[in-house]
Design a protein around this ligand. Structure first.
Ligand SMILES: [Zn+2]
Length: 347
């Protein structure tokens, strides 16, 4: 009798946990479906999905809780932060019309313009490190309110529609500032965090590909996670640059770069290419580069760079098959990469 009771209790537990597993799998599938069939008029859906994953993963999901509350205002702020970073670092377009970006982006751009006017920046500040004056904070509050309005009025209803197969997969009370999801849904998000983040970035990069001409969008979309996407220190290029420029003369003013290690500059903005390539790297004085951070330089600098590249190639000609950097330089020259990218990054 006792044994039977023990057994049936076990069966009950197994049934419940396998039902939970099925539920979680279905929930993850619904989220993936909603991300895949998101709107293509902007990147709001992917940005919000990323924010929700972050929001849920940051919570302590106690086993006895029936429902988990997702604070929508907090996801709205996260979205604003993502757009801040992607705009400040790369100036990415988040909608199909270059002349009219989605509403939230227009507000972020206005906020960033105001922020840059105050600080005269040499390089972008990530959202989490930005120090805002009371007036700028007011502007940010306005942006977060816009974001919240869009989440409540557009994004969640679209998620509900696109994600569901037969039954609704999220229940949201229209107008509410909190979204309640079952504990198992929250667990599903937390347990599949990596998968969901990758799926969201993949979709987001696909959308950006539709709106932007710049390379490495898949890498750029991840600026959210890392303050600095730069590969490795640039000094590994010194041995190449020294071959053509042993006196280490500044690319811009022609004077020797002495006193400490020379700065290595990306002639075409790093913010456009998002990579380090020898054909684009030169010695330069700190601050000698004309214009502001991320600005595209006039054409005659491209002619100078191309001349430098062919002189460097003369030195490296014997190594193109053995050395990756030499090979990449040869390839860049063969394809007129400097001009091509220079033309593209004007946009
Ligand atoms: Zn100089």
């Amino acid at each position: 009798m006792q044994k039977q009771e023990f057994l049936s209790r076990w069966i009950e537990i197994i049934k419940r946990s396998s039902a939970a597993m099925v539920y979680k799998q279905n929930f993850v599938n619904a989220v993936l479906r909603a991300v895949r069939s998101c709107s293509t008029r902007h990147t709001y859906d992917t940005a919000w999905a990323r924010a929700v994953v972050d929001e849920v993963a940051g919570q302590n999901i106690a086993p006895d809780k029936g429902e988990i509350a997702i604070d929508l205002k907090s996801t709205a702020r996260k979205m604003a932060g993502y757009y801040w970073d992607q705009t400040a670092y790369f100036g990415l377009r988040q909608g199909p019309n270059p002349m009219r970006q989605p509403r939230l982006l227009r507000e972020i751009e206005a906020l960033l313009r105001e922020y840059c006017r105050k600080g005269s920046l040499s390089s972008p500040t990530p959202f989490r490190e930005a120090v805002l004056s009371p007036r700028l904070n007011e502007m940010l509050d306005q942006v977060v309110d816009t974001s919240l309005e869009i989440i409540k009025g557009e994004i969640i209803p679209r998620f509900q529609r696109n994600g569901q197969e037969k039954e609704p997969f999220i229940n949201y009370l229209m107008g509410d500032n909190v979204l309640y999801i079952p504990q198992n849904a929250a667990l599903a998000i937390a347990e599949n965090r990596l998968l969901l983040v990758e799926a969201v970035y993949y979709r987001w990069a696909q959308l950006l590909e539709m709106y932007n001409t710049s390379p490495r969008l898949n890498k750029k979309v991840r600026i959210i996670d890392t303050e600095d996407l730069r590969d490795r220190p640039l000094n590994r290029y010194e041995k190449y640059l020294d071959m053509e420029n042993p006196g280490r003369l500044c690319f811009y003013c022609g004077q020797p770069v002495d006193g400490g290690p020379p700065a290595i500059d990306h002639v075409l903005p790093w913010s456009y290419l998002c990579s380090d390539d020898v054909w684009n790297l030169v010695y330069a004085h700190q601050g000698c580069r004309p214009g502001e951070y991320g600005r595209v330089l006039p054409q005659f600098f491209m002619a100078r760079l191309e001349k430098r590249n062919s002189a460097l190639m003369d030195q490296l000609a014997a190594y193109v098959e053995k050395d990756m950097v030499a090979g990449a330089l040869k390839d860049a020259i063969n394809h007129g990469i400097v001009r091509k990218y220079w033309t593209l990054c004007q946009g």
